[in-house]
Design a protein around this ligand. Sequence first.
Ligand code: SF4
Length: 75
Amino acid sequence: MALRSLLPGPPGGYPECRSCDWVALCGSGSPGHTHAEYGDVNHRDLFCESRQYWFERYVERQLSAVDTGPAGPRG
Ligand code: SF4
């Protein structure tokens, strides 16, 4: 049984996550981080802003690679 199935609400059920562009990738964050910080899992992920930052950088990097080809030495 997946841990997520034991938690209240479906992924994306938290109010802040419902309209987030990254919810399909993020899954509303880490229950472990949230529980460690708040003592329950009824809060947005502690590292939400960092997750959004890195998701955006990842997509930008991937789009850049499509435009310019793979980075690194060419032989
Ligand atoms: S990035 Fe933040 S707001 Fe978006 S789904 Fe993850 S925890 Fe929720």
